[in-house]
Write a protein that binds this ligand. Structure first.
Ligand SMILES: [Fe+2]
Length: 151
């Protein structure tokens, strides 16, 4: 069977550096899960899957904070999507902890969560980009004189 390609693509770029860096880091973790299911021990597999799911959850909360600060009007409905994701991710964490043979489940998680992330980046994440960019531009302008003083 062909391994599904869950990897960063320039098509996924939002143009917001901090978000793109975190999305890239997520794709790195997917690659590590993939490689651990081939070469890792059962504990390695459980560990890296937990890293991936925890990082995805904390990345989502980071986004929520940014959307709120930026005054993005759809922030609360975006958060609801994240809440549903978090429930799914936490139930996977529990499942893989109790799974005596985690390899098959890790492969399922990689594909399920990977497809979720790709769809989410391509759809919902796009919608906050303008507001967040405008907000970051405004706040960086305010901060500049401070950096000047420090420099
Ligand atoms: Fe999101």
């Amino acid at each position: 069977m062909h391994t599904l390609d869950i990897a960063w693509s320039e098509d996924y770029a939002t143009g917001i550096d901090i978000i793109d860096e975190q999305h890239k880091k997520l794709f790195e973790l997917f690659a590590q899960v993939d490689s651990m299911t081939h070469t890792g021990s059962e504990d390695d597999i459980r560990y890296i899957v937990k890293q991936l799911l925890d990082y995805a959850i904390s990345h989502n909360s980071f986004e929520e904070g940014l959307m709120e600060e930026a005054g993005y009007p759809m922030a609360s409905s975006h958060k609801k999507i994240h809440d549903a994701f978090k429930e799914r991710a936490l139930s996977y964490e529990q499942k893989i902890n109790n799974e005596s043979n985690p390899k098959k489940l890790a492969r399922e998680i990689r594909i399920d969560i990977g497809l979720w992330l790709i769809n989410h980046i391509k759809r919902e994440d796009r919608h906050y980009v303008n507001d967040v960019k405008a907000y970051l531009k405004k706040t960086s302008r305010k901060r500049k004189p401070l950096f000047g003083l420090l420099g």
